[in-house]
Design a binder for this molecule. Structure first.
Ligand SMILES: Cc1cc2nc3c(=O)[nH]c(=O)nc-3n(C[C@H](O)[C@H](O)[C@H](O)COP(=O)(O)OP(=O)(O)OC[C@H]3O[C@@H](n4cnc5c(N)ncnc54)[C@H](O)[C@@H]3O)c2cc1C
Length: 389
């Protein structure tokens, strides 16, 4: 079997047949089920919900988790390849999967009780239930430690008040992992269930990016949450940050998919499109753009593979993930822009995917830690001096 996509440095030789088969499955799902409808959903600003159980059936959600909880115990590189294929389709499609797996299933698996795991993980894995992750607030994005959402103990329950902003899948979620501060200002994670009194969500409209994805605001007004819905095995900001490390891993791989789709579109267009009597791919200036893309995609692939290897050997540090998220999103964003240039006027049309990727990648550049925040994480790692404040 061969790696699907540009393989300048023989990535195929670093992957197992099982990993390549998983890539093929995800690739076929995206081409057959998603690409025919993506423009319709992008235009109307929503997500095709019937694809969620289909992705569950294919094993995309929480795929590295134990089979006992609905996972498939696949390698981190295989999981990365799924993310890559989904984001070749659209960053919104990959977001659904990385939120469900990295931001909802992971904290329940890692920090939840056995009852919480048994109740939610199989449902989330199969796509019968949808999850969301509520960390960001309207006044606290890059600095979640300043969150205002409060959880106050009342007998065996907690009373939660506050709101969360920019929450992927918020309004369709059956379970929300919500982070709140207790009376001693300690950050704690809670599982809020759809229908709990005082817990509501409304969708955010007017996005010019990641349109084929549902983004919501969550409101909590005196929501009574039993202590059995608290994630007992974690406290402090390291809880949500460790979840973000999982989801950022998905982005480090996924963004390569968007870059590949832009590169392949531009390469093929540049061979067909003629100006001044020859294909535009024959001009040095066009080749320089295409070469930038293949160079950066190849480096991003090698980096992603190493992140996967480190993850499986237990040696992955969150600063490695920052490098992957920061670099791979930045090169995807630049590749989308260059690809759009190569396509000329056609590049702005929805007949091609490049403008959609370009718009989406503005979100991807910002969420899950902005490009600047990942620079600061790496800066602290190498100097031992935090420069956040
Ligand atoms: C479509 C979409 C979906 C999202 N989904 C989710 C979700 O499911 N769950 C969730 O919890 N959140 C989600 N987010 C929120 C996202 O994680 C935040 O937008 C992100 O953390 C940045 O926060 P902010 O937008 O408030 O920007 P700010 O934190 O206000 O940052 C604004 C600018 O200031 C810069 N900046 C901030 N601090 C510093 C500093 N110390 N030094 C230098 N520069 C700095 C930033 O890099 C950025 O350029 C989503 C966002 C979007 C757009």
């Amino acid at each position: 079997m061969k790696y699907i996509g540009p393989d300048f440095c023989n990535i195929t030789s670093s992957l197992t047949d099982e990993e390549l088969l998983i890539q093929k499955t995800a690739n076929e799902f995206v081409s057959q089920e998603f690409l025919p409808i993506v423009n319709e959903y992008y235009e109307k600003g929503s997500f095709p919900l019937d694809l969620i159980p289909k992705m569950g059936e294919l094993g995309f959600f929480g795929a590295t988790l134990p089979k006992k909880y609905g996972g498939s115990e696949i390698s981190s590189n295989a999981y990365g390849l799924i993310m890559q294929e989904l984001e070749k389709g659209d960053s919104g499609l990959r977001s659904v999967c990385s939120v469900q797996g990295g931001l909802v299933m992971f904290p329940i698996y890692q920090y939840g009780t056995e009852q919480q795991k048994e109740k939610w993980l199989p449902l989330l894995a199969s796509g019968e239930a949808v999850g969301c992750f509520g960390l960001t607030e309207s006044n606290n994005g890059s600095d979640p430690g300043g969150m205002k959402t409060k959880a106050v103990k009342d007998g065996d329950d907690w009373i939660i008040n506050g709101s969360k902003m920019w929450i992927t899948n918020g309004s369709i979620a059956d379970v929300a992992v919500v982070w709140a501060k207790d009376e001693e200002d300690i950050v704690r994670g809670f599982l809020l269930e759809k229908g709990m009194e005082g817990f509501t969500a409304s969708d955010i409209h007017g996005k010019m990016s990641l349109r084929a994805s549902i983004t919501s605001e969550l409101f909590m007004k005196d929501v009574r949450v039993p202590d059995s819905n608290r994630l007992p095995n974690i406290e402090g900001l390291k809880g949500p940050l460790s979840c973000l490390t999982q989801a950022r891993y998905s982005i480090a791989w996924g963004s390569i998919g968007a870059a590949i789709d832009c590169y392949e579109t531009a390469l093929s267009y540049s061979k067909d499109r003629k100006q001044f009597g020859k294909p535009i791919g024959g001009f040095q200036l066009t080749q320089q753009k295409l070469v930038y893309m293949i160079e950066e995609i190849t480096k991003a692939q090698l980096l992603a593979l190493q992140l996967g290897n480190l993850k499986d050997s237990g040696d992955l540090d969150f600063s490695h993930i920052s490098l992957g998220k920061k670099n791979n999103v930045a090169i995807a964003r630049e590749s989308a822009r260059l690809s759009r240039e190569i396509l000329g006027a056609n590049g702005i049309m929805d007949d091609y995917s490049v403008m959609r990727h370009m718009m989406n990648l503005e979100t991807v550049y910002t969420y899950e830690g902005t490009h600047e925040i990942h620079t600061l994480i790496m800066g602290q790692k190498i100097t031992d001096i935090p420069a956040f404040e």
